[in-house]
Design a protein. Structure first.
Lengths: 588, 96
C-alpha cells in the first residue's frame, strides 16, 4: 500500500516538470503562481480565522464555473452552505444561479455537535457521494472547506492520516483540481498548521493566509509556501478582500515591462513642456515633491486637464482634498476640471488614507486603474498612505511598476520639505525618487518677505531637460512658468525679480539717454564744424574772387599801357605773351 | 425494550459498500438487535448506491447510524463497536 502510494507520488512529481495549471481567476493569484493552482492535484490552503480561506475556495469555484466552464463542488465542513452563500452575496456572484445551472454544488458536511462516536468510521461514504455529484455536474474543481473539522472527528493521528491519504488517492484518480483548507493553530506567523503539520507534505501546493496587525492596520497576507514543479513568488503578498472578492497584490521579479514609449505627453504647463523638450515621457512615472502649498496638486491638475483635453482618461486618487474641493480650487487658476468629470474623462477617487494600509491601497488602486481604463494616473499625495514608510515605499514601487506595465503615465506627489535632505530622508519620498523617471521638485524661496514658488527638474531619464530653476506663477489666467532672474549667482523671484527687473530697466533707460545726448552733442559738433567749413569755403571763394578781380584790374591796366604805347589793338593779349609781344613790338 | 418513551425506534444505517467498517457496523447492529434493540425498525442504506439520501441526511462519513424517530434525531458515527455508547446515544438504557 505504502510503496504503491510512493510510486504514485513519484510519478506525479516526474510528470510535473511543466505542471499543468488551473486558473483560479482570483485577481493577482494566477500571476504570482504563473497560472494558478496545480491542475488535477491537491492544494492546501492554511490560515487562521478571518484570513479568507473559505472565500479563497469559493472564489476558485465561482470563477471556474463562470469563466472556465469548470463546474465545482464545495464541501462545507464548518459553515452551512446557506450561510456561506449569504456571506458571499456582497461580491455580486450569482451563486444561486450557478447552483441551479448545476455549475456549483454545495455539500453540507457540517457535523452536528450531537454526533456520537461509536466506533471506527471512514470517509469512503463521503467519497461515494462526491463521485456521484461530480459525475452528475461534470465537476472539475472541488473545495474541502475546513477539513480540520472532519479530521477532528477521527480519534487517532494514524487514522487521520489514513483518511487523508484515502481522500488524496481518490482525488488523484478523480480528475478534480482540489483545495483543502485547514485552520492554523497558534501564532499566525507559525507556518506549521498546529497538529496537522504533516498535512503540508501531502499536497502539491501549500498556500498560507494570515492576518496580522501592523502598527495601526490589519493586514492580510498570502504566501505560497510550496509549489511543486512551478516557479512562484514565495514572498508575502498582500491579500485584500474587496467588493470583487480576493485580490492578491501581484508583482513578480520576473515580470517584464512593455517596450517603453518615446512619445511625449503634454504637462499642461506650456513652458514646462519646453523644459522637457515636449512633455513627460508617455508611460513614465513622474514624482512631484515639495512642501505643503508649493502647488503640487496644481501641477498634477494641469497635467490632468491637458490629458482630458486630448481626450485621454485620467484617474485621480486624492487623499488630502476631495475631488469637488480640487475642482473648486483649480477654478481659481482658470482650470475647468468639472467639465472633464462630467465628460467622464476625469475620475476622482477620494480615500481616507488613515483607514487604509499601503497594501490594501495598492490593491484598490490596481483595481480602480484596471476598471477605469485610464491612461493617466495621479496619486496625490503618496506620503499620506499609511504610516509605515517602508511599506509605502514597497507599495509605491509596485504600483509604479503596475502603471508602467499598463502604459499608464503616472504623477505622484510627495511631501518633501527640502530637496537637500532627500538622500538622508529618502523615505519621505516613499522611495519613489529612485524609481521615478522624472522628478520635479517644487520649492519656496523667501525673498524680502515674500514666498515664491520655484520649479526644478531634478531628474528626467532619457530626455534632455533644462537645468534652470523656473518660477511657477499661479494666476487667474492659469499656470505658467517664468524665467527666474539670475543675478550674480542669486536666484530672484516674485517682487524681488520684478524690482530687480525694474531697476535694471531704469538703468538701461538712463544709459540710453546718456548715449542719446552724447550722440546729439556730436551731431551738434558736426553741425558747427560744417558751418565753419562753409564759412571757410566762402572765404576761399571770396579770396578767389578777389584774386580774379585783381587779375582783371591788372589786365585792364596792361591793356591801357599797351594801347597807350600804340600796340596792335587786334592782337589778342595773353597774359604770358603780352609782355613778350610788347617787348617784341618794342624792339620792332 | 427498544422503545424510547413508548415510541418505536426507527433507525437508518448508512454504509459505504462493503468497506470493512460498514460490514462491521452491520454485524454490530445485528448483534444489538438480537438483544437490546429487538423491536427497532432498521433500514440499511448504501451511500454508494443512494448518495442523495445520505446527503439529505447530511451523512458524510460511513458507517453512520441515524436515529430517525423518536425525536430528537441523533447521529452515531462509526462501526458501532462500542455498544454502551450506541445505546446511550440512542437513549436506550443498557440492559443489565
Amino acid at each position: 500500500m505504502t510503496s504503491k502510494r510512493k510510486a504514485k507520488t513519484a510519478s506525479k512529481v516526474a510528470t510535473q516538470c511543466g505542471v499543468a495549471k488551473c486558473p483560479t481567476g482570483i485577481s493577482g493569484f494566477d500571476t504570482i503562481t504563473n497560472g494558478g493552482l496545480p491542475r488535477d492535484a491537491v492544494s492546501l490552503v492554511l490560515g487562521g480565522p478571518g484570513c479568507g480561506k473559505t472565500l479563497f475556495g469559493l472564489e476558485f469555484l465561482v470563477h471556474g464555473a463562470q469563466d472556465y466552464d469548470e463546474p465545482g463542488i464545495f464541501v462545507a465542513f464548518e459553515e452551512k452552505p446557506e450561510k456561506i452563500m449569504a456571506n458571499a452575496a456582497s461580491f455580486g456572484w450569482d451563486l444561486q444561479g450557478l447552483v441551479k445551472k448545476n455549475k456549483l454544488y454545495f455539500l453540507d458536511a457540517q457535523l452536528s455537535p450531537e454526533t456520537v462516536h461509536a466506533g471506527e468510521f471512514d470517509i469512503s461514504g463521503l467519497l461515494g457521494m462526491l463521485k456521484s455529484v461530480a459525475d452528475k455536474i461534470g465537476a472539475k474543481r472541488i473545495v474541502f472547506d475546513a477539513l480540520d473539522m472532519l479530521l477532528d472527528l477521527i480519534e487517532t493521528p494514524a487514522a487521520q492520516r489514513k483518511e487523508v491519504w484515502r481522500l488524496n488517492d481518490w482525488l488523484a484518480s478523480s480528475g478534480l483540481t482540489a483545495i483543502m483548507s485547514l485552520k492554523v493553530e497558534g501564532k499566525p506567523s507559525e507556518l506549521v498548521p498546529g497538529h496537522y503539520g504533516w498535512m503540508q507534505f501531502i499536497p502539491d501546493a501549500v498556500i498560507l493566509l494570515r492576518q496580522e496587525m501592523t502598527k495601526y492596520f490589519s493586514e492580510r497576507m498570502l504566501r505560497v509556501l510550496k509549489y511543486r514543479g512551478s516557479e512562484h513568488i514565495n514572498n508575502d503578498c498582500a491579500l485584500v478582500i474587496a467588493d470583487n472578492g480576493i485580490n492578491v497584490a501581484e508583482l513578480r521579479a520576473f515580470d517584464t515591462l512593455p517596450k517603453p514609449s518615446k512619445k511625449r505627453v503634454g504637462t499642461g504647463i506650456e513652458r514646462l513642456d519646453h523644459m522637457f523638450g515636449g512633455g513627460y515621457m508617455k508611460g513614465s512615472g513622474i514624482l512631484v515633491t515639495g512642501s505643503p502649498g508649493t502647488a503640487k496638486t496644481t501641477t498634477c491638475c494641469a497635467f490632468a486637464d491637458a490629458a482630458c483635453k486630448r481626450g485621454e482618461k485620467v484617474i485621480y486618487f486624492a487623499f488630502d482634498e476631495t475631488g469637488p474641493e480640487i475642482i473648486r480650487n483649480m477654478s481659481s487658476v482658470n482650470m475647468d476640471l468639472d467639465r472633464h468629470v462630467k465628460d467622464g474623462l476625469l475620475v476622482f477617487r477620494n480615500l481616507h488614507s488613515r483607514f487604509l494600509n499601503p497594501e490594501e491601497t495598492y490593491v484598490y488602486f490596481l483595481k480602480e486603474l484596471r476598471d477605469s481604463e485610464a491612461s493617466c494616473m495621479i496619486v496625490d499625495p503618496l506620503s499620506s498612505i499609511g504610516t509605515d514608510s517602508g511599506a509605502i515605499s514597497l507599495m509605491a514601487k509596485r504600483l509604479l511598476y503596475s502603471a508602467k506595465a499598463r502604459g499608464v503615465t503616472s504623477l505622484w506627489t510627495s511631501l518633501i520639505d527640502d530637496i537637500a535632505t532627500i538622500n538622508s530622508n529618502e523615505m519621505s519620498s516613499a522611495g519613489v525618487s529612485t524609481s521615478a523617471d522624472t522628478w520635479i521638485h517644487l520649492s519656496y524661496k523667501v525673498i524680502e518677505g515674500e514666498r515664491n514658488r520655484g520649479l526644478t527638474i531634478v531628474k528626467s531619464r532619457g530626455m534632455g531637460h533644462s537645468n534652470q530653476v523656473r518660477e511657477l506663477v499661479l494666476s487667474s489666467k492659469g499656470v505658467t512658468l517664468t524665467d527666474v532672474y539670475t543675478s550674480s549667482g542669486e536666484v530672484l523671484m516674485g517682487t524681488a525679480r520684478a524690482q530687480k527687473e525694474a531697476s535694471d530697466r531704469a538703468k538701461e533707460t538712463l544709459k540710453r539717454a546718456e548715449f542719446n545726448s552724447r550722440q546729439r552733442q556730436l551731431e551738434a559738433d558736426i553741425e558747427v564744424l560744417k558751418r565753419e567749413m562753409e564759412v571757410k569755403l566762402e572765404e576761399a571763394a571770396i579770396l578767389k574772387q578777389a584774386e580774379t578781380l585783381r587779375y582783371e584790374v591788372e589786365k585792364e591796366a596792361l591793356a591801357y599801357t599797351l594801347a597807350a604805347r600804340g600796340a596792335d589793338e587786334d592782337d589778342p593779349i595773353k597774359p604770358g605773351r603780352k609782355s613778350g609781344g610788347a617787348k617784341r613790338r618794342t624792339r620792332a | 425494550m427498544s422503545k424510547v418513551n413508548g415510541t418505536k425506534l426507527v433507525l437508518r444505517l448508512y454504509v459505504a459498500g462493503h468497506s470493512p467498517n460498514s460490514m462491521a457496523a452491520i454485524d454490530n447492529l445485528t448483534a444489538l438487535r438480537r438483544d437490546q434493540l429487538k423491536d427497532a425498525k432498521v433500514e440499511v442504506v448504501d451511500i454508494l448506491l443512494e448518495p442523495e439520501r445520505a446527503m439529505a441526511d447530511r451523512v458524510i462519513t460511513a458507517p453512520a447510524l441515524l436515529k430517525v424517530s423518536p425525536q430528537p434525531s441523533r447521529m452515531l458515527l462509526g462501526n458501532l463497536s462500542d455498544q454502551s455508547k450506541v445505546l446511550q446515544g440512542l437513549g436506550v438504557a443498557a440492559q443489565s
